[in-house]
Write a protein that binds this ligand. Sequence first.
Ligand SMILES: Nc1ncnc2c1ncn2[C@@H]1O[C@H](COP(=O)(O)OP(=O)(O)O)[C@@H](O)[C@H]1O
Ligand SMILES: [Mg+2]
Length: 236
Amino acid sequence: MMWKELVGLESIRKLLTYPYDVKDISDFRVERLRSLGVRGVYNYGSVAVNGFKVLGKGHASIVLLVSHESLGDVVVKVRRLDSKRKSLTNEGYIMSLVKYDVVPKVYYYDDDFIMMEYLDGTLLGDYIRLHSTEEVIKVFLKVFEASHKLDLSSVDHLELSKPHKHVMVLRDGNVKFLDFESARISETPCNLCRVYSAYIHLIKRKDLTHVRGLLKTYKLGRKDLFKDIVELILKV
Ligand SMILES: Nc1ncnc2c1ncn2[C@@H]1O[C@H](COP(=O)(O)OP(=O)(O)O)[C@@H](O)[C@H]1O
Ligand SMILES: [Mg+2]
């Protein structure tokens, strides 16, 4: 990986209590991250917060690339102090339930942090802007497969009809999902349904009643229909 500036946890304490500056909470968080094995934080990423580069800034969190004493370079998602969410536990727990390699590996989670695998890639929204329709369709095939694997894990992401910021396209062409803040455990998940909606909208294809009918049956339990559904989608 390219050279990145590594700084001590002390020098980013304000980011740990973003958007406020609360000394006892930042003391607590610095201590916790240290005891979890975080050696320092990289000034690295496409978003700047208080002049420091980070991987991401959402409504609920600040996402940092950190150096860990045994895991190497990993991501820490830090709960913002103004987040509606009281805890990141549910998000970390649901991610850890996914049985396939379609989410970042989760190493640790609690109310304030999720420590997970770093995904080196491009968010789907950026990928779409930079690639041809043909290439975008190829990536969507991967997203269909990955959403099927989420469905088989009984995890419903619930936000995949807007996949632009929730899918990372990796360098090897595979995809993984991010941001399980709204995700639920479900007996009838249909991530595939939502990804299909996003796809026809983006590619400007007609919504076929036949596909919708099959998706309904798929949602209710016939997950084995996946291949037939994708074949139908691609035929149009
Ligand atoms: N594991 C990861 N690897 C690389 N980048 C990540 C990772 N997790 C999050 N990010 C980056 O941080 C951004 C915000 O993360 P997200 O989980 O959506 O936070 P929020 O819940 O606050 O919206 C993502 O859009 C992505 O760019
Ligand atoms: Mg988000």
